[in-house]
Design a protein around this ligand. Structure first.
Ligand code: F1P
Length: 352
């Protein structure tokens, strides 16, 4: 039975939404190339709030990886209220916001304009938003707009846009083309998953959820934890994989599920962390390109992404898997994923 909720429809529609987002992007590429070539940026800064802050973390790591330019991510409120010391100008500010109306992100742009030399690029789902209008260039994913509070397809579609941005800035045509493999890879993945997300989401014996991810996967791990919290009111945390041993591992027991978004660069080290969790009776789940890279070791649950792409490209495939787990957990707990407690789709602060 298909649940009749916006959240479900938005999660399930991702292959199609990714296709239309990438098609739209293809027509914007020449203009974007021209925009990027007009300025010799010395560094980049990415900002957002909540989900879009975590998106900024992964976008910044990807941009740095592809271009070699120093790139940081900040919560918009940090740039607004605690601006960093002068940056090496000119700076490319990438401001990410589904709504394009979040107060802190608009304030961060204003602060950037008044203190820094550079350009502002907006990534949003709303072309008519204040953010899109204030930016020097806007990359918009209108087909990814949502009715739900919790971001699902908007997050992944805007993530694809930032991956394309990094590929274009690095003049890496191959990286750009690899993105076009992802919609079909997601379709196949959703087909292979079967009822694993529902089984794990509905398992009441899992009380604590931990997500591990390093490099470009760190922001994604944060977003996974946020999805579980927002939709299912379950405590969830995210760590850089090796950081987990520095204290948090003390909480592991058989009621803990540790989900690792495995990289290529640090695969062996990351698997060792999962083995430690296993020894402590925690349950382990690995999201990895192919089962064979685990060289014989088996986590309790395994999802093979089979994207045919590199780590910086395929990370986006991890999100729908976890979104489904969070969704089923919400239903199992009698919650309405369309109406998460205490949350609004946009945070707009009134003048005080
Ligand atoms: C950001 C955001 C969401 C979150 C919540 C409030 O919005 O923090 O990530 O789920 O509903 O807003 P935006 O700036 O991306 O529109």
């Amino acid at each position: 039975m298909t649940p009749r909720t916006f959240t479900w429809q938005e999660i399930e529609s991702q292959p199609q939404t990714w296709r239309s987002t990438l098609d739209r992007l293809a027509s914007q590429c020449p203009g974007l190339r021209h925009f990027l070539s007009q300025t010799r940026f010395q560094q980049a800064l990415m900002v957002g709030c909540g989900s879009t802050y975590y998106l900024a973390q992964t976008a910044a790591a990807t941009f740095a990886h592809r271009t070699g330019l120093p790139t940081n991510a900040l919560a918009s409120s940090e740039l607004w209220l605690f601006p960093p010391p002068p940056l090496q100008a000119p700076v490319l500010l990438v401001a990410i916001s589904r709504s394009g109306s979040t107060t802190e992100t608009l304030q961060a742009v204003e602060r950037f304009r008044s203190t820094c030399h550079g350009a502002v690029l907006a990534v949003t789902c709303d072309a008519s938003s204040p953010l899109a209008r204030q930016a020097d260039w806007a990359l918009v994913a209108p087909d990814a707009q949502e009715q739900s509070v919790a971001q699902t397809r908007s997050f992944t579609s805007m993530l694809l846009i930032t991956q394309a941005l990094a590929a274009l800035a690095a003049d890496d045509q191959a990286a750009l083309e690899r993105l076009y493999l992802l919609p079909a890879a997601l379709e196949a993945l959703l087909g292979r998953l079967g009822d694993l997300p529902r089984r794990l989401g509905a398992d009441p014996s899992i009380e604590r959820w931990v997500f591990l991810g390093g490099g470009t996967f760190y922001g994604l791990a944060n977003e996974c934890a946020l999805k579980v919290k927002e939709m299912s009111l379950t405590w969830a945390e995210a760590y850089h994989p090796l950081e987990f041993r520095h204290g948090p591992i003390a909480t592991v027991d058989r009621h803990t599920l540790v989900v690792a978004l495995l990289s290529e660069a640090a695969l062996g080290q990351e698997i060792e962390v999962l083995r430690d969790v296993h020894r402590l009776e925690g349950r382990t789940m690995a999201l990895v390109e192919e089962q064979s890279v685990l060289s014989g070791w088996r986590p309790d649950f395994l999802v093979a992404l089979q994207s045919g792409t590199d780590g910086s490209t395929r990370g986006v495939l991890c999100l729908p898997v976890v979104q489904l787990m969070a969704f089923w957990r919400a239903l199992a707990r009698g919650l309405d994923p369309d109406r998460p407690r205490h949350l609004r789709a946009v945070v707009q602060l009134e003048e005080r």
